[in-house]
Design a protein around this ligand. Sequence first.
Ligand code: ATP
Ligand code: MG
Ligand code: MG
Ligand code: MG
Length: 489
Amino acid sequence: KPINSTQIRQCFLDYFSQHLVHHLSPSSPLIPAQDPTLLFTNAGMNPFKDIFLGLEKADFTRATSSQKCLRAGGKHNDLDNVGYTARHHTFFEMLGNFSFGDYFKKEAIRFAWDFLTSETWLNLPQERLWVTVYADDDQAYQIWQQEIGLAPERIIRIGDNKGARYASDNFWAMGDTGPCGPCSEIFYDHGEQVWGGLPGTPEEDGDRYMEIWNIVFMQYNRTSEGELQPLPKPSIDTGMGLERLCAVVQGVTDNYDTDLFVPLRQAAAALLSDTPETLLQDAKARPSLNVLADHIRAVSFLLAEGVRPSADGRGYVLRRIIRRACRHGHKLGAQGTFLHALVPALIQVMGSAYPELVTEADNIQAAIRAEEEQFAKTLSQGMRLLEEALQAPNEQTPPCLAGELIFKLYDTYGFPVDLTADMARERGWQIDEAGFEAAMEQQKARARAASHFSVDYTKLIRSDQPSEFCGYQQLQISAQITGLFQGDQ
Ligand code: ATP
Ligand code: MG
Ligand code: MG
Ligand code: MG
């Protein structure tokens, strides 16, 4: 029974709010209200952080929500994955159920399994599901094996798998500080036609075994000193990506083939090509179309909450996402601005679940357009420069883009580093990030020197010196600047 994303979201919320009597919480904003440790809301549990920590009291001990999340910066950052995997987005919705000192491991695992596999709910084939538990968590292992009846070879123990790129790290934390604990995750096997080995093996960063649901046994608060303090009460936090669940339920192996993304990819293809069907079939164009479908969501939701492109902080993340989208549009042959014109298609898909998109539609489009226009001035020139560099011979293996060039693209052409890195990666090049940082530092030193310069210069002007000394002043000033440079290094 194919069901659409609206029904799947509703089905999840009904299961927990009606069937299991959880308090139904609306999604909180992407911009966390009062949490300086967090750039963007990155998980369903964020709005409940203080309840987990025992700092705030709620009049319920169970809750459920579908939470807007953004993973583009901070501890959880998936920007670089978009366009490369079938399951990562910058913006996504996390379905979750939460227990604040109410139920714990046994019930949480039972509820999740029941929702996914029972006939009354999603009725997914059990033989497609695999689970992981934290390496030392014998209790969770026992529950899966004895109570649920899962075969031992389908229960994989995984520790803090530090270092691996998409590694299943079965100790979940929202950030460097805050609530955390061991977790147990449920994976769906898309079948052998999809690449990617078992979770826990070196091939785990493929899309075949897709993590769908993370059940976190919230037990600790990590302090800024790195100490793990027990929470007042053991609690439950779960998170399941709506887009991944839709792929599973709708029987597709790629999130971008679900009803959440297909209309966006179609709209992008229609804007960029006279023969959109051909573009949609073109395997080489696929990553860029996916990037556009992903980024228009992130960008529009951020703009709807009042974030505007800027040179730092959240605004710079927004700018990076817009510019990355522009670059991919350019790659598919976009002439002039186009991204803003995807907003109506997004409203078609998401507008009824998220009315802020509808009320802010005009502002969203205008802001995207303004940023596109600004970037359009330097995009093609910067691209030419970069193309030249990527065609030139390079001594290193793999070839590596020089830090100075990355800096020039950043400083003169407005290319965020991740945009340059994305282009380099497409050609199998690496980027010299350290070299970029060094060039950036030099620029800062020059700017500092220049600001001293203007102060000193004004003083010298005011000092009523006769005009004959002009040359001398200049000499003195450059001596001062040289001094400042030396002082800085
Ligand atoms: P992955 O290992 O696939 O990157 P994760 O372990 O980082 O996922 P969690 O932090 O455990 O993800 O978040 C809980 C759930 O949210 C995941 O099981 C997945 O269904 C969903 N999810 C996480 N990141 C993304 C993303 N970038 N795009 C879409 N869904 C996501
Ligand atoms: Mg991840
Ligand atoms: Mg994972
Ligand atoms: Mg996970």
